[in-house]
Ligand binder design. Structure first.
Ligand SMILES: NC(=O)c1ccc[n+]([C@@H]2O[C@H](COP(=O)([O-])OP(=O)(O)OC[C@H]3O[C@@H](n4cnc5c(N)ncnc54)[C@H](OP(=O)(O)O)[C@@H]3O)[C@@H](O)[C@H]2O)c1
Length: 216
């Protein structure tokens, strides 16, 4: 399958590499046609790893991953172009964070709205599914490295799109337990969790942890 990964940071590179290793053709999108990080990533992966602008990648991908800086995700997606996103599933891994105070990350959208909802409102003909934003990038594609089975969430308005993304999470990334939280408004909770994630990261001195939901 042809897949777009919008974002040349560590999430885009980690997800992109996993997809290439699974045999998919992946185009990494950036603001620049030849972003040095994307060029180096493609060189390292060799076959089936391509790079281009956000628009080139979105046009190429049958499925699109949004792995861009949360505060710039809408701009990046506008650069990708509504026509290139139309009718496609957009897997949104972003968190709307302001990192300007390194000690106290801040949400720039919260409580009554979320970045997932803003993206869905901006691109009504795209099927936005929020997922994977609650874990560190290496955990996103390799949850088996954690010592117990943990949980990952999906939020989105389309049951069909969520079913397809659940298949991707299970078959490609080996998530054994995927919890459907409901419509895209449930992005609020998973995005706001990023502040707790940050505290846990500092308290445990580790990036590699996750939530396990336990009930009676
Ligand atoms: N790091 C993690 O493990 C992790 C875990 C969970 C969720 N997330 C979320 O995943 C997303 C990606 O995180 P990351 O750490 O891989 O990368 P990042 O540094 O947050 O984002 C890098 C990407 O954002 C784009 N970008 C930055 N400023 C922009 C602007 N003004 N306009 C358009 N695009 C812009 C960059 O474009 P260029 O390619 O052109 O430079 C690059 O592709 C974030 O939303 C983050 O909150 C990250």
């Amino acid at each position: 399958m042809n897949i777009a990964v919008l974002g040349s940071g560590q999430v885009g590179q980690t997800i992109g590499s996993r997809l290439v290793h699974l045999g998919h053709a992946v185009m990494m999108g950036s603001r620049d046609e030849a972003n040095p990080k994307a060029v180096a990533w493609a060189k390292e992966e060799k076959h089936n790893a391509l790079f281009g602008t956000f628009a080139n990648a979105a046009a190429f991908g049958e499925i699109i991953f949004n792995c861009t800086l949360g505060s710039a995700s809408l701009d990046a997606l506008y650069m990708a172009g509504a026509a290139n996103l139309k009718g496609k599933i957009l897997i949104d891994t972003s968190n709307p964070l302001d990192y300007s105070d390194e000690k106290h990350w801040k949400l720039i959208i919260s409580n009554t709205d979320s970045l997932g909802e803003q993206i869905q409102r901006a691109f009504p003909e795209t099927f936005v599914v929020k997922t994977l934003n609650t874990v560190y990038c290496t955990v996103m594609v390799d949850p088996d490295k954690l010592v117990e089975r943990t949980d990952i969430f999906v939020s989105g308005n389309s049951a069909e799109a969520k079913a397809k993304v659940t298949m991707i999470l299970q078959k490609w990334f080996h998530w054994k337990h995927v919890i459907d939280l409901g419509d895209i408004t449930t992005s609020r909770g998973v995005e706001m969790y990023s502040l707790l994630w940050r505290s846990l990261r500092l308290a445990t001195h580790s990036h590699r942890f996750n939530i396990k939901v336990v009930h009676t």
